[in-house]
Design a protein around this ligand. Structure first.
Ligand SMILES: Cc1cc2nc3c(=O)[nH]c(=O)nc-3n(C[C@H](O)[C@H](O)[C@H](O)COP(=O)(O)O)c2cc1C
Length: 417
């Protein structure tokens, strides 16, 4: 754990973060290594003391299910890997097939058109914990300088959480991501989103986790809640070093119009699942923006933010970083394009940085966050701009101006892109 640094200003840290024995990282980040201005833009980041060559992290899911695929991720150059979520007793995890369904851009579902949405009803890892832990150990032995994060989820039971944390930490992982957000399966056992959607429960469970963990903790949030800042605030106040968001969005992918059965169809029946991929990116941006503002306003000593949702290009990642994300996770993108995607993501992010003369990630992290305001403020700003003749009136001036014949053109006259 040489890469971890001591907390810089303990006096400003929350009391929970000063528990004895904690060797968790002090600063959220240190500046990326100074760039001379010449040469390639520097993609490296240091988050909660964890050094990564780039901000791209494999999101928990199929791309982090076993030794072979995680090794592949490191070899291809991913900044870090978050393994598939593990629990103490994998015997209780029973998956079904088919468990994925896809939405295509073409309204008629032509298989030639791009996939924009992905639904899964997959549970957490069904592999024995001991097997997963041995693979974590092996990976850390082979890749000591690379960041491996264990994703964990347990039942509403303090002793079980403590045992899981102890065993996963012993395997040598650099940090823990807490799955407070799995949207399907096992809510009756108070697991995943059943905790993330209940602030009282979350506070209690977060307390158990943070009194035990000795490595940085990222709490992974569900978007299936009205105000994502509420559970995020609780997780951070309970001592989590960072927030990861979003997990998948509750969805029903569709109904087969021949059989009249819902998709994905298992023995004639289905259950709502989690939605991911490109279609969720705007929703993820909104949730990440809200969490970034929360961190800026209420945790000025700094906490980290790992953004997730629909990333397939370097520009998608740039958007998350412009809102304040430290790292960017990709799950479905890897399932569709393979592990080599990281090379394209890095090249495209560097192209964006070159366009603006940014030499490091810190040069633009959070740069777009100040430009979110209230609707009332937008009205004021537009009135002022028109008064000063800096803007012209565009589009319809009032709801009474809509017409039946010109409806589509009138709609287009008010679109920004
Ligand atoms: C098939 C599948 C399995 C997933 N399994 C997990 C999981 O075990 N633990 C977890 O925290 N998130 C899991 N996720 C959620 C992803 O990590 C991620 O939060 C979500 O899919 C949004 O990102 P994406 O659009 O890049 O996939 C899973 C996602 C998919 C598509």
């Amino acid at each position: 754990m040489e890469s971890l640094t001591l907390r810089a200003s303990p006096s400003t840290a929350s009391p929970l973060l000063r528990l004895p024995g904690r060797r968790r990282a002090a600063s959220v980040r240190v500046s990326a290594s100074a760039s001379s201005g010449a040469g390639e833009p520097d993609l490296s980041v240091t988050v909660n003391g964890l050094k990564m060559p780039n901000p791209f992290v494999i999101g928990s899911g199929p791309p982090g299910t076993n030794y072979t695929v995680m090794k592949r991720a490191f070899d291809e150059g991913w900044g870090g890997v978050i393994a598939k979520t593990v629990s103490l007793d994998a015997g209780k995890v029973i998956n079904v097939t088919p468990r994925y369904a896809r939405l295509r851009a073409d309204p008629n579902g032509s298989t030639k058109s791009p996939i924009i949405g992905w639904q899964n009803i997959e549970l957490i890892s069904d592999r024995p914990l001991e097997t997963m832990l041995n693979e974590f150990k092996q990976l850390k032995k082979e890749y000591p300088d690379r960041i491996l994060i264990g994703s964990i989820m347990e039942e509403y039971n303090k002793a079980a959480w403590h045992e899981l944390i102890e065993r996963v930490e012993e395997s040598g992982v650099d940090a823990l991501e807490i799955n407070f957000s799995c949207p399907h399966g096992m809510p009756e056992r108070k697991m995943g989103a059943a905790v993330g959607q209940d602030c009282a429960l979350l506070e209690e469970v977060s307390g158990w986790i943070n009194e035990k963990a000795t490595v940085p903790v990222w709490s992974k949030m569900t978007p299936n809640i009205t105000d994502i800042t509420q559970p995020s605030r609780i997780a951070l106040k309970s001592g989590s070093e960072g927030i990861a968001a979003i997990n998948t969005i509750m969805s029903v992918m569709g109904i087969d119009l021949k059989t009249l059965r819902p998709e994905p169809c298992v023995e004639g029946y289905s259950t709502p699942g989690g939605y991911s991929a490109r279609a969720v990116h705007p929703i993820a941006l909104a949730k990440v923006m809200q969490i970034a503002r929360l961190i800026k306003e209420e945790f000025p000593e700094g906490r980290s933010l790992s953004a997730i949702g629909g990333v397939e290009t370097g520009n998608d990642a740039a958007e998350f970083i412009l809102l304040g994300a430290d790292t960017v996770q990709v799950c479905t993108g890897v399932m569709m394009h393979g592990y080599g995607l990281v090379k394209k993501l890095c090249t495209e992010l560097q192209d964006f940085m070159r366009m603006h003369d940014f030499s490091s990630i810190e040069d633009f992290r959070g740069a777009s966050l100040p430009y979110f305001t209230t609707h009332t403020d937008l009205v004021q700003r537009q009135k002022e701009a028109i008064k000063q003749r800096k803007a012209i009136r565009m589009g319809l001036q009032s709801d009474k101006d809509w017409t039946g014949d010109g409806f589509v053109k009138e709609t287009e006259s008010m679109v920004s892109n």
